[in-house]
Design a protein around this ligand. Structure first.
Ligand SMILES: NC(=O)c1ccc[n+]([C@@H]2O[C@H](COP(=O)([O-])OP(=O)(O)OC[C@H]3O[C@@H](n4cnc5c(N)ncnc54)[C@H](OP(=O)(O)O)[C@@H]3O)[C@@H](O)[C@H]2O)c1
Length: 290
């Protein structure tokens, strides 16, 4: 199968690219210099050149603060970009696998969200990602929309740069005696390599639709930091931040746990517990980050 990965040098895209290569597929990297996803003509031209069977779209404008400051650009990339791919997918005949987010929910449910739950985004990023989902679902003939959450991987997130949460905690453990972390935001941190393997596995089926794809179970950022320090034997003192100690500039869901209900129902859920993914990731970065 010929698979084009949009954003193949990104945090998730790099693992997806590698996973398809390891699976024996022909993987084609389409980085930002190949085209601008919000430009329909460019998308159409590149896809007619490549003629893929499957396109995995990991591109997004996903710096939450930047999206809030420039809603038009955010909609152009996250909404119109997805629409362009959906439209072109029908002409070229490829299956579109589009990556979305847990931030389509407001967190009020306080129990794991399933695919049938009604999304109510709290910010521009969530709204524009939701519009992208809807364009794909209403236009593309063959599509998977995958909502993922709390990513960390070998390639750092290009939009956020610097560190992911794991490498940041490891850095702080080297520099400080104490760190304070919020305990009132609950999510499922997920290793990008696990999502990449799940994506390859899911392409066995043609049960197109909307899927939640996160590691199993959930934790707060405080609990996640605790596991990072436990697994690396870090001797830093971890304490819970007071409510409001780290005020967010843009509203975000306090609870964004997703249940992989659709994956489970097609019998293809191979996502591990979040702590297993973390353990594997820490083994991979051992010697470099700790
Ligand atoms: N990071 C998270 O914790 C998280 C959580 C939930 C959902 N997600 C979703 O997961 C997906 C992947 O995230 P990630 O962390 O892997 O992101 P990333 O590391 O920033 O990678 C995104 C890739 O897309 C490219 N790109 C950005 N804008 C583009 C555009 N307008 N046209 C073409 N290419 C463009 C980027 O290239 P340049 O860097 O060169 O622009 C980069 O290669 C996104 O859809 C995001 O919404 C992420």
């Amino acid at each position: 199968m010929k698979v084009a990965v949009i954003g193949a040098n990104g945090q998730l895209g790099s693992d997806v690219y590698r996973a398809f290569q390891d699976n024996g597929d022909e993987a084609v990297a389409l980085n930002h210099d190949a085209f601008e996803v919000s430009d329909l003509e460019a998308v159409d031209s590149v896809m007619h050149d490549v003629m893929p069977d499957l396109v995995v779209n990991t591109s997004a404008m996903h710096n939450v603060e930047a999206c809030e400051e420039d809603p038009s650009k955010s909609f152009a990339v996250n909404g119109i970009g997805a629409r362009n791919l959906a439209q072109v997918s029908n002409g070229v005949g490829f299956t579109l696998m589009h990556i979305s987010t847990d931030y389509v929910f407001d967190g009020a449910k306080q129990a794991p969200y399933v695919e049938a739950d009604f999304p109510i985004p709290l910010n521009v990023y969530g709204n524009t990602k939701l519009s992208g989902e809807l364009f794909v679902r209403t236009i593309a003939n063959k599509y998977f929309v995958l909502r993922v959450s709390g990513l960390y991987g070998m390639n750092l997130c290009r939009a956020k740069g610097g560190h992911n949460f794991v490498t940041l905690m490891l850095k702080l453990a080297k520099e400080r005696d104490e760190v304070r972390v919020v305990d009132d935001e609950i999510l499922t941190p997920t290793y990008t390599e696990d999502i990449a393997h799940q994506i390859v596995h899911l392409t066995q089926c043609t049960d197109y639709g909307l899927y939640h794809v996160t590691a199993q179970e959930s934790c707060s950022w405080y609990e996640f930091a605790g596991k990072i320090f436990e697994f690396t034997n870090a001797s830093i003192h971890l304490s819970k931040a007071d409510p409001g100690e780290f005020p967010a500039k843009v509203p975000r869901p306090k609870y964004s746990v997703l249940e992989n209900k659709a994956l489970h129902s097609v019998g293809l859920d191979i996502m591990p517990h979040w702590s297993i993914g973390l353990q594997r990731y820490l083994e991979v970065i051992k010697g470099e980050a700790w």
